[in-house]
Design a protein around this ligand. Structure first.
Ligand code: CUA
Length: 440
C-alpha cells in the first residue's frame, strides 16, 4: 500500500513538472502587454524596483531554505540512532539580534528605492523638454498651456475610455495618441465605478475613482537628457539629436496595448485601450485633424447636406449618403456620439467618433482590424463595424448601447408605422459601416 501511494505521488509530481514546463514554455517576455519589455522611465522604474525585490527575496529564500535543508539532513533521525535530542538554540541573543538586524537591513534595502520610486512616479516633471510650448508644432496654444506639460483627462466608463486633451480642445476614445519622449500628465476620473489605468510597457497602474481626482504621469521612451546619460553617447549636438531621433523612431514609436485593471462589471475584461506613440509633427497633424473633424459625404458642407436631408432625403444617394442618413436618422447614433464638424452629432454618452475610421480597433480595443505590422485592414474593419452594430450585446455584454436601444442597434421605430418596432436592416447596417469607415 505504501509503495502504491509513493508511486502515485511521484507520478503526480512528474505531471505537475511537465504541466509547468508546457505552461511556462508559452511565456514570452516581449509581448504587447509585457511589464518586462519596458519603454519609458515610469515602467523602467517599476521594473527596477520589482527586480530588486526579486533579488532580495530570492536571497532570503536561498539562505533560509539552505539552512532548513542543511538542518533537516544533518539532524535527521538515522536508523538505530539512540543519541539524545540535540541541544536547542532557542533564545540565543546573538542569533536573535543578528536576525532582527539582518531583516531590518534587507527591509531598508527595499524601502529606500521604493520611496524614491514613489516620489519619482508621483510628480509630473516640468522640464524644458516637456513643456508644450517647446515641442508642440501645431497652433492655437494658450500662454498657460505653453508652460505646462501635455495634459490628458482619462475618463473611465463601463466599458470604454474617454481621452480628453483640454489644452488642445480635442476629445477621443479608446485610442490615445501621445508624443514620444515627452512627459504626459494624466488626470484620472470615472463616471461610474472604479477602473484602473494600466499601460504595461509604459506605466501602471492607477485607479480611476468616482468622485476623486487621481493623477499620474506617463512617458513613452526617454527624453533626450536621460537617453544621453544612459547611452553615454558622444558627439556634436546635431549628431546626438539625430541618434536620439533614430532611437525614438525605431524603439519607441509603436502601438501599445492597455487594459482596465480593476474589476468593473460584466465587460471588465473587454475594457481595453490603445496608445499610439508618434513623433512631434505627426502628433500636431493628428490634433489638427481631430479638431477639424469631417465634412458631409463627398466633401459637402454640413449646412448644405442637412438642408437636403431635411427637405428631401431621397435626393441624397450613394453608399456614404445612405450611411450618413442612418447615422443621423434611423440609427439614432447622434443621440450618444459626437463627430467633430457635424453640427448635429453632439451626443456625449458614448465615444467621440471623430476619425473612428482611422482607429485600428473598435469596442474599446476588443475588435481589432490591423495586421502584425499594425496596418489597418479595411475588410476586417468593415466586418467589425457590422458585428459591433448587429451584436453589440454579444461583443460587450451589458453595454449602454445595447441596454438603451435593446438588442443590437436597437428596437427602433419603423418610419412607415411609428407604433411598430423595427431593427436596422442588414442593408442599413451595411451602409452605416461604410459611413463609419469613411470617418478619417
Ligand atoms: Cu473598467 Cu475594469
Amino acid at each position: 500500500m505504501k509503495k502504491i501511494t509513493h508511486g502515485f505521488s511521484r507520478l503526480l509530481s512528474l505531471s505537475f513538472a511537465l504541466l509547468a514546463l508546457v505552461a511556462f514554455g508559452g511565456c514570452d517576455l516581449n509581448t504587447k502587454m509585457s511589464t518586462f519589455d519596458v519603454k519609458g522611465p515610469i515602467a523602467e522604474t517599476q521594473l527596477d524596483l520589482f527586480m530588486l525585490t526579486v533579488w532580495v527575496t530570492g536571497f532570503i529564500f536561498l539562505v533560509v531554505g539552505g539552512v532548513y535543508v542543511f538542518a533537516v539532513i544533518k539532524f535527521r533521525e538515522k536508523p538505530n540512532d539512540n543519541s539524545p535530542m540535540p541541544s536547542q538554540g532557542h533564545g540565543n541573543p546573538l542569533v536573535e539580534i543578528g536576525l532582527i538586524g539582518a531583516s531590518v537591513l534587507l527591509l531598508v534595502i527595499i524601502a529606500v528605492p521604493t520611496l524614491q520610486a514613489i516620489w519619482y512616479t508621483h510628480d509630473t516633471p516640468l522640464n524644458e523638454q516637456s513643456k508644450l510650448g517647446n515641442w508642440y508644432t501645431g497652433d492655437e496654444l494658450s500662454e498657460d498651456a505653453e508652460e505646462e506639460v501635455l495634459v490628458i483627462r482619462v475618463i473611465g466608463y463601463q466599458w470604454w475610455w474617454e481621452f480628453e486633451y483640454p489644452q488642445l480642445g480635442i476629445n477621443t476614445a479608446n485610442e490615445m495618441v501621445i508624443p514620444a519622449g515627452k512627459a504626459v500628465h494624466l488626470e484620472l476620473r470615472s463616471v461610474d465605478v472604479i477602473h484602473s489605468f494600466w499601460l504595461p510597457r509604459i506605466a501602471g497602474k492607477v485607479d480611476l475613482i468616482p468622485g476623486r481626482a487621481n493623477a499620474m504621469w506617463i512617458q513613452a521612451g526617454d527624453n533626450f537628457e536621460r537617453w544621453a546619460e544612459k547611452t553615454g553617447a558622444d558627439g556634436s549636438e546635431l549628431a546626438l539629436q539625430a541618434a536620439y531621433n533614430t532611437y525614438l523612431e525605431e524603439e519607441i514609436h509603436d502601438y501599445y496595448y492597455g487594459q482596465c485593471a480593476e474589476y468593473c462589471g460584466d465587460s471588465h475584461a473587454r475594457m481595453l485601450f490603445r496608445a499610439t506613440v508618434v513623433g512631434d509633427d505627426e502628433f500636431a497633424e493628428w490634433v489638427k485633424s481631430e479638431a477639424e473633424g469631417h465634412t458631409a459625404p463627398e466633401g459637402k458642407p454640413w449646412d448644405e447636406w442637412y438642408k437636403a436631408y431635411d427637405s428631401n432625403p431621397d435626393s441624397l444617394t450613394g453608399d456614404l449618403n445612405e450611411g450618413a442618413k442612418v447615422f443621423m436618422g434611423r440609427g439614432k447614433c447622434i443621440a450618444c456620439h459626437s463627430v467633430e464638424g457635424n453640427p448635429r452629432a453632439l451626443g456625449v454618452a458614448g465615444p467621440n467618433l471623430t476619425n473612428v475610421g482611422e482607429r485600428l480597433s473598435i469596442a474599446a480595443g476588443w475588435l481589432n482590424h490591423h495586421d502584425e505590422e499594425d496596418v489597418l485592414q479595411a475588410d476586417k474593419q468593415y466586418e467589425n463595424f457590422v458585428k459591433w452594430i448587429k451584436e453589440t450585446d454579444v461583443v460587450k455584454p451589458g453595454n449602454l448601447m445595447w441596454k438603451s436601444n435593446g438588442n443590437g442597434i436597437g428596437e427602433l421605430l419603423d418610419p412607415e408605422d411609428p407604433d411598430k418596432i423595427k431593427l436596422l436592416t442588414d442593408e442599413e447596417i451595411h451602409y452605416l459601416a461604410l459611413y463609419l469607415q469613411s470617418l478619417k
